[in-house]
Design a protein around this ligand. Structure first.
Ligand code: E4P
Length: 214
């Protein structure tokens, strides 16, 4: 399974890359705002930090606007994957530009039917948002096996990029059903390392060693 970092904070990306566990980065307008940086400047810096796909999202909501913006974002850097929302205009943009070689990450996906449309349009990645389903008292992760099965049934090359990840459990459940990628906030990546029995085990080993050497 590949891990992307869901952040536009450069220091987090540097730390994640240094761990040797990060295969790409996803950003969105909220994450760019949180970074306090200029959109193009920060995305280009991220492309220099990591050798993998970097998602940059359009702001336009109409087809003509998305088309122009997608072309512009894709021209910034070869690693850029253009993120468009799962709307008619978004998928029309994918259908038009994917054959020209632009890679798309279709975002704000909340159903298997939406994911099917994105794959048919030619998206490279589909981003089902699991945490936002959880927020409204539903099990968002249940969406993932359905999408994986549909893509396998028809041999779609679109990769399932599990998004809106809120816990290590989201990641392991997504991995259990074969999602290719999880995009995780830096905090969750760090949480994935943690287990109280690991800490207790280290403490016990050190204590025994100290005693044996006294
Ligand atoms: C994915 O690409 C999105 O940027 C992200 O996962 C959204 O997560 P949120 O629901 O925590 O904002």
């Amino acid at each position: 399974m590949k891990f992307f970092l869901d952040t536009a904070i450069v220091d987090e990306i540097k730390e994640g890359v240094a761990l040797g566990l990060v295969d790409g980065v996803t950003t969105n307008p909220s994450l760019i705002a949180k970074s306090g940086r200029d959109h193009k400047e920060v995305v280009l810096e991220i492309c220099e930090l990591i050798d993998g796909p970097v998602s940059a999202e359009v702001i336009a909501t109409d087809y003509e606007g998305m088309l122009a913006e997608a072309r512009e974002l894709a021209a910034w850097h070869e690693q850029i994957v253009v993120k468009v929302p799962l709307t008619e205009a978004g998928l029309k943009t994918v259908s038009k530009l994917a054959p020209e070689g632009v890679r798309f990450n279709v975002t704000l996906c909340f159903s298997a039917a939406q994911a099917l449309l994105a794959a048919k349009a030619g998206a490279s990645f589909i981003s089902p948002f699991v945490g936002r389903w959880d927020d409204i008292d539903s099990r968002g992760i249940d969406l993932i096996p359905d999408i994986v099965t549909i893509y396998e049934n028809y041999g779609f090359a679109t990769e399932v990029l599990v998004a809106s990840v809120r816990s290590p459990l989201h990641v392991s459940e997504a991995a259990m059903v074969g999602a290719q990628i999880a995009t995780v906030p830096f905090k969750i990546l760090k949480q994935m390392f943690k287990h109280p029995l690991t800490d207790i085990g280290i403490e016990r080993f050190l204590e025994d060693y100290r005693k044996s050497q006294a």
